[in-house]
Design a protein around this ligand. Structure first.
Ligand SMILES: NC(=O)c1ccc[n+]([C@@H]2O[C@H](COP(=O)([O-])OP(=O)(O)OC[C@H]3O[C@@H](n4cnc5c(N)ncnc54)[C@H](OP(=O)(O)O)[C@@H]3O)[C@@H](O)[C@H]2O)c1
Length: 197
């Protein structure tokens, strides 16, 4: 899968490394341009290349790994996602970690509204970054909750993460699954489940 990652902070970096363990081509981007990543070449495998945010947003699967507060504006740079997949890893916090109330929408529905004609998957946000590798101590797989409104997009997403040692768990649509996954929903940063299968 060709995966564009927008944001190369803590989460963008670790997800680039995680996805690079699979049969994927990753285009990692940074707000200050691809050149700003050059000195970090040694942190990534050969199937991770560096590109501009606009290029990352054009990939078949886009991971939006920026603060929730800026994600809608970043996503609106593309007028039509033409049914491409956008993976929303954001948590609804202000810069000083105050929860943002998006009711009646869930946070991922706000993201979906900004990503016109994208198939949005909410995932990874319930894990602290150090567990986003998929690696577990001993045997077993890392449970990865996800939600989305498009069944085929969810199948595609699950097929991408399974080989990375995740056990994807479908929580339904962005309205319901998204609401339990988001900040204050019950699963956020509490459910670090590992399955022995
Ligand atoms: N850290 C965690 O454990 C964790 C866990 C689950 C979910 N999340 C969520 O994941 C997202 C990323 O978190 P993080 O910890 O990786 O944050 P971070 O380390 O602060 O990285 C944020 C990245 O977003 C970039 N960015 C900011 N504004 C941008 C813009 N307008 N256009 C393009 N790029 C922009 C930043 O670029 P600059 O370097 O230029 O600032 C940086 O690369 C957040 O929504 C967070 O809630 C984090």
């Amino acid at each position: 899968m060709k995966i564009g990652i927008v944001g190369s902070g803590t989460v963008g970096t670790i997800l680039a490394q995680t996805f690079s363990r699979g049969d994927n081509e990753i285009l990692l981007s940074h707000s200050r341009g691809a050149a700003s990543l050059a000195e970090r070449r040694s942190e990534f495998a050969a199937n991770v290349s560096f590109g501009e945010v606009t290029a990352a947003l054009q990939q078949p699967m886009v991971v939006i790994a920026v603060p929730f507060t800026v994600a809608p504006d970043v996503l609106r740079q593309v007028a039509d996602y033409q049914q491409r997949i956008v993976v929303d890893v954001t948590n609804q916090f202000t810069a000083d970690f105050k929860k943002i109330d998006t009711r009646p929408l869930t946070g991922s529905e706000v993201i979906a509204a900004a990503a016109h004609n994208a198939r949005v998957i909410k995932a990874f946000n319930t894990l602290p970054h150090e567990l986003m590798t998929g690696k577990v101590a001993g045997p077993g797989r890392r449970v990865l909750f996800y939600a989305g409104d498009d069944r085929e997009a969810k199948k595609t997403f699950a097929a991408v993460v399974k080989p990375l040692n995740f056990r994807p768990v479908n929580l339904g649509k962005l309205r319901h699954g998204g609401s339990v996954m988001q900040v204050g929903g019950g699963l956020g940063h509490t459910a670090f489940v590992q399955l022995d299968e």
